[in-house]
Design a protein around this ligand. Structure first.
Ligand SMILES: [Zn+2]
Length: 295
């Protein structure tokens, strides 16, 4: 039987809908304001010489959980930076030794494959092999590693290279950002390492044994973000980014399912067209980041 609704109930219901409607309006306004602030920050507040894509002779340190997140998320800016004569250094948390569907694959073999693929990808982006540092944790195991030790390892690299900027996964701005395993640990541990690298009484052995002076990270660019406030036009290097991405042969089918070191023309073309669809502003290819001073 259909329930009768009294005029009083109807009024209550209407006011509840009005309230929900108001909340949606407020959320929408906040969202639009956020976009406007982000755009203003991106386009108006940063002097051209301070924009990272115009840097020359600087050092940039990139933390990545796996040997491919850097290429897929930052490959364009990596290529621009090396072309402009900057030093790009990579710290890779894991050896990525589990992501294969090939039942004949072993972890040891996969780790070796992934290392070579990353070195080849980096070569396409102008990053030297000696600037790639592997921490060697097992794929999917980063969250089960000793966090205190991990933070110390990350902060040691920060003190060693004293970078003008760091790229890392976005841990979230006002709220924690959810990421898949390894990504979430990499996001938080790198952020914690910023603090540890600033104060000499965190890991005092870095100074006592190696004379590494504390260092305050001046600038961070977070990738895998949902709150981007900075975009880089990578149109001039999109082909290098795609070439580098395609070096990760074992990450794409059919090699993902049954490993073969060779990539067919068709697979390359598929990667090319997928990457070109990914992030665009009009007819320009872009990469987006959350940029933060004194992170
Ligand atoms: Zn990853």
């Amino acid at each position: 039987m259909k329930k009768q609704i009294t005029p009083e109930q109807d009024n209550k219901r209407a006011s509840r809908f009005t309230f929900i409607g108001f909340r949606i309006l407020v959320i929408a306004m906040l969202f639009i304001t956020n976009i406007l602030i982000a755009r203003a920050d991106d386009r108006d507040k940063i002097a051209p010489e301070d924009r990272i894509e115009n840097w020359k002779g600087k050092t940039v340190l990139i933390f990545t959980p796996h040997p491919d997140d850097d290429t897929f998320e930052c490959g364009g800016i990596m290529s621009i930076l090396t072309k402009n004569g900057n030093k790009v250094v990579l710290v890779i948390y894991t050896n990525d030794n589990k992501g294969s569907l090939d039942l004949d694959m072993t972890s040891e073999r996969l780790a070796r494959i992934r290392r070579v693929e990353e070195e080849e990808a980096c070569k396409s982006l102008g990053v030297l092999k000696e600037n790639i540092h592997w921490l060697g944790y097992g794929d999917g195991d980063l969250e089960y590693a000793d966090p205190q030790r991990l933070r110390g390892e990350a902060s040691r690299f920060i003190k060693m290279f004293r970078p003008d900027a760091i790229f890392s996964i976005d841990p979230g701005e006002d709220h924690e950002r959810w990421h898949k395993t390894d990504h979430r640990m990499a996001a938080f541990i790198t952020q914690d390492a910023f603090i540890a690298s600033e104060w000499h009484l965190y890991y005092p052995q870095h100074y006592l044994d190696e004379k590494l002076i504390p260092f305050r990270v001046p600038l961070a660019f977070y990738y895998y973000t949902i709150a981007s406030n900075y975009q880089v036009d990578i149109t001039s290097v999109i082909d290098q980014k795609i070439e580098a991405s395609a070096k990760h042969v074992s990450q794409f089918s059919p090699s993902l399912d049954k490993y073969s070191p060779d990539m067919s023309k068709e697979t390359y073309q598929k990667i090319d067209s997928e990457f070109k669809k990914m992030d665009k502003d009009g007819d320009r290819y872009i990469e987006r980041f959350r940029r933060m001073v004194n992170p």
